[in-house]
Ligand binder design. Structure first.
Ligand code: SF4
Length: 418
């Protein structure tokens, strides 16, 4: 199956108050060595070899098969497999990297993978965008920009430590359009400190005015280890934790956005995602459909259909390991049939089209593992009970979350898999 490729760039200009991702504010001097390490990870085919049964299962050090791959082999047609049809540069803030470094990474991918009319996305923060950069990105092959908007309200942006302001969003969008980008995604966050009904509706209005091809709306997840998370637990006002709108108000914001976006012509295709015709995120669909993807860079996750693994999180350690020819992979975990079955539900049901129960039953009944059959029977009982409560809908063999209860989707999915 055609791969999705994810490139992780774990650098940011500042640390947002709610974020505890493995991202850091580091000296710019570290950007180029990091980009070089990604190119080397691609060229060494370390990650690619992980999709090959000859790979070492220890995750530490190169297997003979990995270390013995020569540059000549890399350039043979056979070695160009597998193919990929989506590439996603996420972070962090990948738009901080020099455009030439981003182009070099894309060139390395082209050399080592068959790219089939790929969707190539770059996450970018509005304040990092210039006409020169936008032109370079397009020339390098990027055809989709995911713009980290979060809010159109300057007070909300400032209180969470974002570097951009409302005016930067409009300017960045214009710059991208002039450069020729016809596929832009924008995201908003519900639950930022100081967000009010009025400011939320205003953000949605301004977003719709810019008419991006794709929209993501996330509920704020305050990580306990973040500044905001610590303040929420321990008290205090420095990061405006007391100004976070209550949960029921946040749910109303989400419901209102659902109505307005659909009325504006957007297809609500995943709990947090909307798209104009033909503009669904091809890359993210792979995650929800359990299709294989390969993560490159520090902390990047991969899945080959049977096993999940991740690279080391620390970016300095990642660069050092790559420079020494050591595989950065760790946390290599085979997915059991029972886990795979559960993933079919908690990932698949995020899509508003739902999942095909008959297909899942067919796939998993052929497994010899008794555990998966027992698990499937238990999930079936939960489906009956959640349908009776009108939290799940079943039409033919297609099971989906009830559109009226998307704000409690996490609880429904948890209940389904108890
Ligand atoms: S830009 Fe993204 S990754 Fe970086 S600190 Fe903010 S939320 Fe975290």
């Amino acid at each position: 199956m055609t791969l999705g490729i994810y490139i992780q760039v774990p650098f940011c200009q500042t640390k947002c108050t709610y974020c505890n991702f493995h991202t850091g504010v580091v000296s710019r001097d570290r950007y180029q060595p990091y980009a070089n390490a990604i190119c080397r990870e691609i060229a060494d085919r370390l990650a690619c070899a992980a999709l090959n049964p000859t790979v070492s299962s220890s995750g530490h050090g190169l297997s003979r098969a990995e270390s013995s791959i020569t540059p000549e082999e890399v350039s043979t047609p056979e070695a160009r497999q597998p193919s990929a049809d989506t590439i996603y540069f996420g972070g962090g803030t990948p738009s901080l990297l020099d455009p030439s470094a981003l182009a070099k990474i894309l060139d390395a991918l082209r050399t080592n993978y068959l790219l089939e009319t790929p969707e190539i996305t770059l996450e970018a923060d509005p304040e990092t965008i210039t006409p020169e950069k936008a032109k370079s990105w397009l020339a390098a092959g990027f055809n989709r920009i995911s713009l980290g908007v979060q809010s159109f309200n300057d007070r909300e942006l400032q209180s969470t430590g974002r570097m951009h302001r409302r005016a930067d969003i409009t300017r960045a969008t214009e710059t991208l359009r002039i450069a020729g980008f016809d596929n832009i995604s924008m995201d908003l966050i519900i639950g930022l400190p100081h967000q009010t009904r009025e400011s939320w509706e205003q953000s949605v209005s301004e977003l719709l005015d810019l008419r991006p091809e794709h929209i993501s709306i996330y509920m704020l997840e305050v990580d306990e280890g973040s500044h905001l998370g610590k303040e929420s637990l321990a008290g205090g006002t420095r990061y405006s934790a007391p100004a976070i709108p209550p949960d029921d108000t946040q749910a109303e914001f989400y419901d209102s956005a659902c109505t307005r976006l659909v009325a504006a012509g957007y297809d609500h295709y995943e709990i947090s995602n909307w798209a104009l015709q033909g503009r669904r995120s091809r890359h993210n669909l792979k995650y929800w459909r359990r299709e294989p993807y390969l993560g490159l860079g520090a902390g990047a996750h991969s899945f080959d259909g049977k096993t999940r693994w991740a690279n080391v999180h620390d970016s300095a350690k990642y660069v050092s390991m790559i420079e020494q020819g050591i595989s950065p992979r760790e946390q290599i975990e085979p997915v059991t049939p029972e886990q795979a079955l559960e993933e079919e539900f908690f990932l698949g049901l995020r899509q508003l089209d739902g999942i095909d129960l008959a297909r899942i039953e067919r796939d998993y009944s052929s497994l010899t593992a008794n555990g998966a059959r027992v698990r499937f029977a238990a999930i079936h009982r939960q489906i009956d009970s959640l349908r009776a409560a009108r939290l799940l809908d079943l039409e033919g063999s297609r099971l989906r979350l009830s559109p009226k209860h998307l704000t409690i989707s996490s609880s429904i999915l948890a209940e389904l898999l108890t």
